[in-house]
Design a protein around this ligand. Structure first.
Ligand code: FES
Length: 76
């Protein structure tokens, strides 16, 4: 890849979400899911733990390919 940050970057996985916590854990019950819910896996969402699309800018900047975990209440 041509991105200069690709091989030399070693940032923390989580740059700023709940950094005062020893471990970031989010728990849900199955009843809380909407018909379709996307959970952030890039740790850049302003609406964490939900995906807000911030992974697109992160992927472009860091030559990465992360995306959300999408859970649907029913199979599509
Ligand atoms: Fe993090 Fe979409 S914003 S996966």
């Amino acid at each position: 890849k041509s991105c200069k940050n690709y091989f030399n970057r070693k940032p923390p996985v989580n740059p700023e979400i709940k950094k005062d916590a020893q471990k970031v854990v989010d728990s849900f019950t199955a009843e809380e899911f909407k018909a379709k819910t996307a959970f952030c896996r890039c740790w850049r969402s302003a609406n964490f733990p939900y995906c807000d699309g911030s992974h697109n800018a992160y992927n472009k900047e860091c030559c990465d390919n992360v995306g959300p975990l999408v859970i649907s209440a029913k199979a599509e």
